[in-house]
Write a protein that binds this ligand. Structure first.
Ligand code: CAA
Length: 257
């Protein structure tokens, strides 16, 4: 792989994906996104992996879609390239993905972090949707996911002016889970992934699907999916193990079956 590095067992049951285009601040060229999509498909199928951490480096998580790759394109080129179908496939990843963000998370970089299920950031992280400054608008979910996360007026300000927000502001706004010193952001993200990886992998997937449904549906339809997933969990050995372990006052040993 040219643009990303993968360690499928950085800790027990936790995979780590590092975006690896440091000179271009991890700008998300199409080939990088294709590698990321294929890696996530593989990790989703790998039973030894229960949670995934996605990171960049201390200077940049990702500074957005690759402007140099897009600059000369027309609308029909963009339509035919259909780069966002890759994003649509990434969105279907069943296992939880935790973004470990330091430095720039801008444009598509901010959108990629928001496509993840949780975000741990370093104090140096900067989130923004600066597409307006280059004559376009967010194209990978920025107007939708950011608005749902931080509310209309703050999203509007970020999208219409391109203002970056600090990790602390992002935390206060509810965009991210945690802010830690720069030397700790990756460790903390892996720690959070480990915590998730200790749970039943089946329940985790059912729960992720149900929470994401809240963004797509009416309350009644969301509650219906939640109820079905709740019942489905009772078909797993992990449900028996989890409840028996509680009754027997011991730690459960989930096997993902
Ligand atoms: N695409 C391509 N290359 C990029 C890039 C991007 N999004 N962001 C940074 N780079 C490249 C720069 O061109 C530069 O390369 P060279 O050394 O070859 O010139 C290198 O990364 C380092 O960048 P800077 O010299 O600009 O670093 P800086 O510290 O002065 O500034 C920055 C950092 C504020 C992040 C600035 O690079 C910047 O504004 N980048 C663009 C951010 C942006 O507009 N992102 C949105 C892209 S559009 C999008 O994402 C659409 C969508 O919704 C999917």
């Amino acid at each position: 792989m040219e643009y990303i590095k993968v360690n499928s067992q950085v800790e027990k049951h936790v995979a780590l994906i590092e975006l690896n285009r440091p000179k271009a601040l991890n700008a998300l060229k199409i080939e990088l996104m294709t590698e990321l999509k294929e890696t996530l498909i593989q990790l989703d199928e790998d039973d030894s992996v229960r949670a995934i951490v996605l990171t960049g480096n201390a200077r940049a998580f990702a500074a957005g879609a690759d402007i140099k790759q897009m600059a000369g394109k027309g609308a029909i080129d963009m339509f035919n390239i259909d780069q966002f179908s890759t994003w649509d496939r990434i969105k279907k990843t069943k296992k939880p993905i935790i973004a470990a963000v330091s430095g720039f998370a801008l444009g598509g970089g901010c959108e990629l972090a928001m496509l993840c299920d949780m975000i741990v950031a370093s104090e140096t992280a900067k989130f923004g949707q600066p597409e307006i400054k280059i004559g376009v608008i967010p194209g990978a979910g920025g107007t939708q996911r950011l608005t749902r996360a931080v509310g209309k007026v703050r999203a509007m300000e970020m999208v219409l002016t391109g203002r970056f927000i600090s990790a602390e502001e992002a935390f206060q706004a509810g965009l991210i889970n945690k802010v830690v010193p720069v030397e700790l952001y990756l460790k903390e993200a892996i720690k959070l992934a480990q915590k998730v990886a200790e749970m039943s992998p089946i329940a985790i997937k059912l729960a992720k699907e149900a929470v994401l449904q809240a963004f797509n549906t009416s309350l009644d339809d969301g509650l219906l999916l939640e109820r079905k997933n709740f019942y489905l969990a009772f078909a797993s050995q992990d449900q028996k193990e989890g409840m028996n372990a509680f009754v027997e006052k011991r730690k459960p040993n989930f096997i993902g079956k």
